[in-house]
Design a protein around this ligand. Structure first.
Ligand code: WQD
Length: 337
């Protein structure tokens, strides 16, 4: 009997790529998404990739009754929880919306799962919880610093909520702390779909190369790094999706060492903004129009993961290169109108 997995936010960037990998692995997928930051056509795109249509519910996880009714009517063997507001800048302007959405949604979900002894819960967390660490690469034991944004704070708070639910109710959970997810599925049928002006580097680069944006602003070249621009750990979204399958199998096979575990999910390699630009120009064979401007408020100098724990315990390792990720992002951009 196929295991049934609920994917909240399953029509979003990382969610949709994870749904594809779940279906490739033979799982039956149910998606809950309220379409606040995704579009319904992603459902048919996923179906066109795997030839399996996921079951879809347009529900708002903030609505306690909707969540309760869903679990009354649907039995699942595991949950991967992506659904959340995730724009750092927007969270600074609308903190209460971010706390309401990101925290209520999680609490409503956990109220249902713990009352039904539904274990196997995977949470989409972020390296944002570390802030600027003193040491690099970053291990899971690095101290959790005060959040740089309400968005980052909701990730921190949600991890604590999950830890308390595990202690009180015997929930089995894994939080995956993503570094910087980039790229798109090789089919170029799904990818990152930023609404409005992209906040993140890669979509801004591909939109500039596509002529949608005039010029990329590089936020600062006076950081203490290889070339003065900030360093991040850019991981291909398909590698990131596969890390969720590895985490899910660990839970389903009862291989956890603790009922709550946290893993960094990155490549373990840092790349500067200028290095990314150079790689993009190489794979796209275009010249990118950019200028150096001042630093962006809240940005950190450098972050990249120590992935030893995920490599050893999840038997997972990022396999795709930065170049492959950038080329897949470019191929995806070229399909967009
Ligand atoms: C990357 C680098 C910028 C845009 C954010 C969230 C994090 C996670 C990933 C959700 C930085 C520089 C960017 C631009 C630039 N999201 N940059 N010009 O800020 O590392 O992380 O997205 O979990 O939580 O904080 O990603 O892509 O915005 O920036 O120079 O137009 O590119 O300064 O050094 P970031 P990013």
């Amino acid at each position: 009997m196929e295991k049934k997995i609920l994917v909240t936010g399953g029509l979003g960037f990382i969610g949709s790529h994870t749904v594809v990998e779940l279906q490739n692995e033979g799982f039956e997928v149910i998606i809950i998404d309220n379409l606040s930051n995704s579009t319904i056509d992603v459902l048919e795109k996923i179906t066109s990739i795997t030839n399996i249509k996921p079951t879809f519910f347009n529900l708002d996880l903030k609505d306690k009754k909707e969540v309760h009714d869903f679990f009354n009517q649907n039995e699942v063997d595991g949950i991967i929880h992506f659904a959340a507001s995730k724009a750092v800048g927007e969270s600074i302007l609308k903190p209460l919306d971010y706390y309401e959405n990101n925290i209520y949604s999680l609490v409503n979900l956990l109220q249902e799962t713990t009352q039904r002894n539904l274990n196997n819960f995977i949470f989409s967390s972020s390296c944002t919880v570390y802030g600027q660490t003193d040491e690099l690469p970053i291990t899971e034991n690095a101290p959790i610093k005060p959040a740089e944004s309400p968005y980052g704070n909701t990730k921190k708070i949600n991890e604590e909520i999950i830890a308390d639910a595990v202690k009180a109710h015997g929930l089995k959970a894994i939080s995956l702390r993503y570094f910087n997810p980039i790229g798109a599925h090789s089919s170029a049928k799904i990818g990152e779909l930023p609404l409005g002006i992209p906040q993140n580097l890669i979509p801004f680069i591909t939109q500039t190369a596509a002529g949608i944006r005039q010029e990329l602003s590089v936020f600062g070249d006076d950081y203490p790094t290889v070339d003065g621009t900030a360093v991040r750990d850019y991981i291909h979204v398909v590698d990131l999706a596969k890390a969720h399958i590895a985490a899910l199998n660990r839970l389903l096979k009862n291989q956890q060492k603790n009922n709550y575990e946290v893993f960094n999910v990155g490549t373990g390699k840092g790349s500067s903004v200028l290095e990314v630009i150079k790689q993009f120009e190489k794979v796209s064979q275009t010249k990118l129009n950019y200028k150096i401007v001042g630093r962006r408020e809240g940005d950190i100098t450098a972050t990249y993961a120590d992935t030893t724990l995920a490599n050893n315990e999840l038997n997972w390792k990022a396999e795709l290169t930065l170049e492959e990720a950038l080329l897949s992002a470019w191929n995806w951009q070229k399909t967009l109108k």
